[in-house]
Design a protein around this ligand. Structure first.
Ligand SMILES: [Zn+2]
Length: 84
């Protein structure tokens, strides 16, 4: 039993460096910004954030930061979608 678990831990360590194995479909987080907490959501390949800037620009420092953190694990974006 223990040897089986050790194998799983070793595989987990290997997987944790292989971001291409993961495709995030839905994601929600509380983001601690400099001026308060914001709710960041990724759903159906689109970001949302509760901050004021996002409502006017459909992007913000919080969603851009999350994109960087999750690089390689988000679905490929349709170029036409990215322009909107
Ligand atoms: Zn934001």
């Amino acid at each position: 039993m223990y040897s089986g678990l050790i194998g799983k831990v070793q595989k987990a360590r290997q997987y944790s460096h292989e971001r291409e194995r993961v495709d995030i479909s839905d994601f929600a987080a509380s983001f601690q910004g400099e001026h308060g907490n914001h709710q960041v959501i990724f759903h159906q390949s689109a970001w949302r954030c509760s901050c004021d800037f996002f409502s006017g620009h459909l992007t913000c420092s919080h969603t851009m930061a999350m994109e960087r953190m999750l690089q390689g694990m988000l679905p490929e974006q349709d170029p036409a979608e990215a322009v909107r």
